[in-house]
Each structure stands twice: as structure tokens, then as C-alpha cells.
Design a protein around this ligand. Structure first.
Ligand code: CTP
Length: 216
């Protein structure tokens, strides 16, 4: 690890929202707790942390510099702005993959709603960053409800990552809104490690201990 300057770490957290009209959006139940715990733990070990967060209800960690965004496109733009100055990217954000093709600047009245939405895909931020990477260590998260290992390893490869942290979001007491988590970390050598079930701050420390070996 470089001794001349602190490790610079870019972390994303929380959900993103895709608005249909000013009062309706598509999103997911991510609380941001895992990403915020990682930001705190990385700061505590002397890393320089930038946290890019979707809308959450929890307190900003003390120390990291925080950027707040709402949509996937905003998170994409903020990530690309900060990516070239980071050594490690940890993408915990639960980016909402779909947005309505039709959006409205005014609230739609019930009587005018068609009740059928056509979706388009939101940009894959991690993939778009992997294309630009130089020496950055890339860490993704995989939120799954089945076939954890198979799907996580597929994402590791398709998104060209160094590590993927996989969790089963349907597991009781782990995942989205919980204060605890239970994860498997897969790397390129496929020798997975398991952390938890434990409080998210302990999981965060375990993840950083594991990936720190690969930070140059
Ligand atoms: N991710 C991203 N941009 C997206 C969707 C996901 O950067 N549009 C990132 C997430 O932050 C996470 C990783 O990709 O680090 C995997 O996200 P996940 O939601 O588990 O998977 P998806 O890529 O969305 O694939 P699927 O919905 O098919 O499981």
C-alpha cells in the first residue's frame, strides 16, 4: 500500500429513484446502511472517502465528503466526476434498473393514467466505470434472492470487478433495511470468504480488511 498519501475511496450507497411524475417514483428498499458503514470504517482507517448517496434516512458519517443524488443518471454523473481520483471504488448502491419511458412534469390525475408503463433500462454505472478504469480496485455488491454464487460470479465477470460482495436480500435479519448483514466475498481467484451474520459496521471492517490486501 502506498505510504505517500492516504488511499482514496469512492463509495456509493442507498437506492436511486426514477420519477414518473413529481409525486411517483420507482425505487427499492435500500436503507444505505451498508454503504454508510463502509464509508465510516474506511474513514476510521485513514482512507480519504467520498460517499455518493441516494436518498436515505440515516445520518451522514463524520469525515467522508458526501454527495447527494436522486436518480441513476445523477449517480452515474457523480461517479464519473470522482472516479479518476480514486484508488478503490465500492459500489454498494442499489441502483434502480428501470425507468418509465414516459415521464410527466405535472402530477398525473388518476383519471388520465393509462395504468400500463413501458420501461427502459437505466445505465449500468459499474460497467461504464470499468471501461474507464486504470489502476482502481473495483468492488461491486450483488443483491440476490436465489443462486447467490452463480449470479454473483457472473456479475464479477460481466462488470470486470476485482471483488463482489454478495448477499441474499431475502435472508431474515440481513440485507436491505437490517442493521445486520451476512455476505460472501468472491474475488478473481474464486476463493470466497463469508462474513457474518454481524452488525453492518463489523461486516464493513471485514470487507475492508479483505480488499485492503489488493490496494496498491
Ligand atoms: N449497478 C450499477 N448500475 C446499475 C445497476 C447496478 O452500477 N444500473 C451496480 C450495483 O451498485 C452493484 C452491482 O452493480 O454494485 C450489482 O447490482 P445488482 O442490483 O445486484 O445487479 P444488476 O446489475 O442490477 O443485475 P440484476 O438486476 O440482473 O441482478
Amino acid at each position: 500500500m502506498s505510504t505517500s498519501r492516504p488511499t482514496r475511496c469512492l463509495i456509493t450507497a442507498g437506492p436511486t429513484r426514477e420519477f414518473i411524475d413529481p409525486v411517483r417514483f420507482i425505487s427499492n428498499p435500500s436503507s444505505g446502511k451498508m454503504g454508510y458503514a463502509l464509508a465510516q470504517a474506511a474513514h476510521n482507517r485513514g482512507w480519504e472517502v467520498t460517499l455518493i448517496s441516494g436518498p436515505v434516512q440515516i445520518k451522514e458519517p463524520e469525515g467522508p465528503s458526501c454527495v447527494h443524488v436522486i436518480s441513476g443518471q445523477e449517480m452515474h454523473d457523480a461517479c464519473h466526476q470522482h472516479f479518476q481520483n480514486c484508488d478503490v471504488l465500492i459500489m454498494t448502491a442499489a441502483v434502480t434498473d428501470m425507468r418509465s419511458k414516459m415521464t410527466f412534469s405535472q402530477k398525473q390525475k388518476k383519471k388520465d393514467i393509462s395504468w400500463t408503463l413501458e420501461f427502459e433500462q437505466v445505465v449500468d454505472i459499474l460497467k461504464s466505470l470499468s471501461i474507464r478504469k486504470k489502476n482502481q480496485l473495483m468492488v461491486g455488491f450483488a443483491a440476490e434472492t436465489q443462486n447467490l454464487e452463480e449470479y454473483a460470479l457472473r456479475k464479477l465477470e460481466e462488470k470486470d470487478l476485482d471483488y463482489i460482495v454478495a448477499n441474499d436480500v431475502s435472508e431474515k435479519g440481513a440485507g436491505f433495511e437490517s442493521d445486520h448483514n451476512h455476505v460472501h466475498i468472491y474475488g478473481k481467484t474464486k476463493d470466497a470468504i463469508q462474513l457474518g451474520p454481524s452488525p453492518k459496521i463489523k461486516i464493513a471492517e471485514g470487507i475492508l480488511d479483505h480488499i485492503a490486501k489488493s490496494v496498491t
